[in-house]
Design a protein around this ligand. Structure first.
Ligand code: 8BR
Ligand code: 8BR
Ligand code: GLC
Length: 453
């Protein structure tokens, strides 16, 4: 079959069956994204004013957190020069005030949980229970209508309400997203690809502050769901990870007892201690989603330096190196499903078989293209509009390698007793923005796969 035909039949089948998926638990990170599309002249003036020399220093080496305007501007230049994403915690209130005055073009739902809640609940009509660390009025307004719920305790009794009906006046947790297009020029730098720098002016998500409702009523909450997706552990550090990890392990135990499949959305985790701990608990998850940088960073902590280097050496990433890395990760941790995504293609390694794994990847690729094209996916019909985005040309060579090495057919092969599923993706030439595409991919594929089972 051609990829166009496979795409089209995968979409039809997921659309037909996704309504049958039960409630999905989403924890832990939700915030408000204040998106600023950078203007080169404005940015240059700000850098000059703050002191070019000092700022340029941080554009060579990213600071660990932001405690000055020089850190902020240096971090933005670090991302622009490399065309890479980065996210840093903003500790200083003066810098938080500076960012607020600098302003934004658009406010959007942010955080893996918030983005997935709006997509699953607001677009696919799959009911979700979300962890929202702080429910300000603005945060509540950013939730779409649909079966999206947050737990509320009334006289010790658990109720599930839409975030807009929670009616609390909690804090605004704002992440400032500085987006730039490919070819964006400042000073002598030119961005090799579109991307963003994020400054998180937020004390709750970076510390994974878990709400009392989730601590007190977790057993009951877990009793109401069929699937779970965990995210937001990426900003933890060796100083603050212990407490949230204890709670996480308790949650995993409760979910495990009920045999609820749990997906971990990995996200780039700069702190090595935290990354190691995440790999240690990975076997208690059913599934994990990650990109090439994240997979390479895991190979590093597993002592697999050579594979880590291979993963970062080519564009598009060598699929044989990806397969070897995911096999190592599956064998070492016992995780049953690994969903790898990169610019141009996805691979999933599963310890079970079936064409539905590949079909869910194709559905996810359509959703990602719709997200890149529109910025916000409003309905499942927006997803099908991405059908006319062409399949990435470079993915052909990737597929040929997989055919040669593993005898892959129609995107499916067997490797060391695992199934390897492949999807060449649709790439939007001029994406509206880049933030949240990874979340769209992982949640669509994980939930889509369960819909098809
Ligand atoms: P993409 O650019 O393809 O989205 O991949 C994630 C990138 O983010 C990685 O290259 C990683 O280096 C970078 N990154 C992030 Br996110 N946060 C970072 C941080 N705090 N320090 C260094 N790099 C970071
Ligand atoms: P991460 O931020 O987790 O790396 O997720 C980003 C993913 O979005 C990439 O792996 C890539 O598959 C997808 N993507 C990007 Br980046 N740009 C895209 C585009 N213009 N069209 C479709 N998918 C895109
Ligand atoms: C991280 C950021 C958040 C953003 C999300 C997108 O969670 O903190 O601001 O919305 O990534 O994936």
């Amino acid at each position: 079959m051609t990829w166009d035909a496979l795409y089209s039949s995968a979409f039809d089948r997921v659309r037909e069956s996704i309504g049958r998926v039960g409630r999905v638990l989403l924890a832990y990170n939700t915030n408000i994204d204040a998106i600023k599309y950078l203007d080169p002249k404005d940015l240059e003036e700000r850098v000059e004013k703050a002191g070019k020399e000092e700022v340029f220093r941080f554009s060579e080496e990213l600071p660990k957190k932001i405690t000055s305007v020089e850190h902020l501007l240096g971090g933005i230049l670090w991302s622009v020069r490399r065309g890479k994403a980065a996210e840093l915690f903003v500790e200083s209130c003066l810098v938080r005030f500076y960012m607020k005055k600098w302003g934004w073009d658009e406010l959007r739902m942010g955080g893996q949980v918030g983005i997935m809640a709006n997509l699953l609940g607001g677009v696919y009509n799959v009911p979700v229970i979300a962890h929202v660390p702080q429910l300000s009025r603005l945060q509540a307004e950013l939730f779409k209508d649909g079966p999206i719920y947050v737990p509320k305790l009334e006289d010790g009794k658990l109720k599930l309400v839409h975030p807009k009906a929670f009616q609390a006046d909690e804090e605004n947790l704002i992440h400032y997203i500085y987006e730039f297009p490919r070819g964006f020029k400042v000073f002598d730098f030119e961005a090799p690809r579109e991307n963003r720098f994020i400054g998180s002016a937020d004390d709750y998500n970076p510390n994974v502050c878990i709400r009392p409702e989730f601590k007190e009523a977790f057993e009951e909450i877990a009793g109401k769901v069929e699937l779970a997706i965990i995210s937001g552990l990426q900003a933890l550090t060796k100083e603050n990870y212990k407490e949230p990890f204890e709670e996480l392990e308790r949650h995993l135990e409760v979910l495990g007892e009920r045999e609820i499949p749990v997906h971990l959305e990995f996200a780039f985790t700069p702190d090595e201690t935290v990354r190691k701990r995440l790999v240690e608990v990975l076997g208690r998850f059913t599934s994990v989603g990650l990109n090439e940088v994240e997979l390479a960073s895991i190979m590093e902590v597993l002592g697999e330096k050579a594979i880590a280097e291979k993963l970062l050496a080519h564009d598009p990433v060598d699929p044989i190196a990806v397969t070897e890395a995911t096999l190592k990760l599956a064998e070492r941790t016992g995780v049953k499903r690994i969903h790898f995504h990169t610019y141009g293609y996805y691979l999933a390694l599963t310890d079970y078989k079936g064409a539905h794994v590949r079909d869910a990847l194709l559905f996810a690729a359509l959703a990602a293209a719709a997200k890149a094209k529109l910025g916000d996916v409003r309905s499942i019909d927006d997803v099908v509009k991405a059908m006319d985005v062409p399949v990435n040309e470079k993915a052909k060579a990737v597929e040929e390698k997989l055919v040669e090495e593993y005898g892959m057919k129609d995107g499916i092969a067997e490797v060391n007793g695992y199934q390897l599923s492949f999807a060449p993706t649709k790439i939007v030439a001029k994406p509206k923005s880049t933030v949240g595409i990874g979340d769209t991919i992982s949640s669509s594929a994980f939930v889509g796969e369960f819909a098809l089972r």
